[in-house]
Design a protein around this ligand. Structure first.
Ligand code: HEC
Ligand code: HEC
Length: 267
């Protein structure tokens, strides 16, 4: 706060002006109309919480997850988190680990503060609790003999290719005059963005938001077995290109050598 004496040096030497200025300064301090906020003075409304203090699920999910996993956990480019079958196969510890540490080999970022992210343990817990409360529809998998979330062994790629042809191909391979209903999952650019767990989780839980059934309805008349899921995953992962997008189609072939243009100056 500047004092009258500080101002004095900057004011014209006319004493009456000096007096009037100091009086005005004094008045403004005690006046009931002195309501204007000084810079830096906190406003009266509710205090804005610091980002790490927010534990409201809708705020946390909306600003950190919805962009990839979709509003309400569905119709996003990444996993359908609101799928009750997904909620049925995954446990709390896995959810916390994935959110904190991310998913290696995919675009899932690490959110945990310890892993360089922005969310505290309490916020990650709030997200997990919120997801469970909204999207876990009780024990939907009771008596369904659901495959385990994690694969038990590495998988047999040769068997996986066979299972792919009889199961996945009907929707993921184009037929004459019929585009692949589910798009190509053998495409190198797709495989470059996913890991084993993405493929495994999708095969077990499906993408009901996008029209892919879960493991119980992928083959006619029976459920896909845990081994088939593991094997198909192994085969698909073996198709993952080392350098996605490369080589460009036709690269290395520059076409026939071109006849140089005649140089008009030399001729
Ligand atoms: C930049 C995009 C992106 C953001 C943001 C993001 N995710 Fe993900 N997440 C992914 C991708 C990609 C995967 C891998 C699976 C897939 O490809 O769908 C994934 C996987 C997951 C999985 C594991 C799925 C499985 O197979 O079990 C969970 C759980 C998850 N995310 C939760 C969250 C939560 C909660 C948030 C917000 C705090 C979040 N994600 C933010 C892209 C994202
Ligand atoms: C009845 C048809 C059908 C069958 C059978 C099927 N899928 Fe799908 N799948 C779909 C549809 C539809 C989508 C959603 C595609 C989209 O809109 O991105 C999908 C999506 C996927 C995705 C996620 C793609 C993405 O964009 O994230 C994966 C992975 C996948 N399927 C794997 C498989 C595997 C492996 C099999 C065989 C075990 C299989 N699917 C069998 C219909 C099917």
């Amino acid at each position: 706060m500047k004092t009258c004496s500080e101002f004095r040096s900057r004011l014209p030497i006319i004493p009456s002006a000096r007096l009037a200025f100091c009086a005005a300064l004094l008045l403004s301090a005690v006046s009931p109309f002195a309501g204007c906020r000084l810079p830096g003075k906190p406003g009266e409304g509710p205090e804005v919480p610091r980002p790490e203090q927010i534990t409201n699920f809708d705020t946390l999910y909306g600003s950190n997850c919805a962009g990839c996993h979709g509003v309400n956990g569905q119709n996003g480019s990444a996993m359908n988190l609101a799928n009750p079958v997904y909620q049925g196969i995954v446990d709390d510890a896995t959810l916390r680990d994935v959110i904190a540490g991310g998913e290696a080999g995919t675009l899932m970022p690490a959110f945990g503060a310890k892993q360089g992210g922005t969310l505290t343990d309490a916020q990650i817990d709030a997200i997990v609790t919120g997801m469970r409360a909204r999207w876990n529809k009780g024990n939907v998998l009771a008596g369904q003999n659901a495959p385990a979330y994690k694969a038990a062994y590495a998988g047999d790629a040769a068997k996986g290719e066979q299972a792919y042809q009889t199961t996945c191909a009907q929707c993921h391979e184009a037929a004459p005059q019929k585009p692949a209903q589910g798009g190509s999952i053998r495409d190198g650019s797709f495989l470059a963005l996913v890991n084993e767990q993405t493929i495994r989780t999708t095969m077990i839980a499906g993408r009901p938001d996008l029209g892919m059934p879960d493991w119980r309805r992928l083959v006619k008349g029976r459920a896909l077995t845990d081994d088939e899921i593991t094997d198909v995953t192994a085969w698909l992962m073996a198709q993952k290109p080392a350098t996605p997008g490369q080589p460009y189609p036709g690269s290395g072939q520059m076409g026939p050598a071109r006849t140089p243009m005649p140089n008009p100056v030399k001729q």
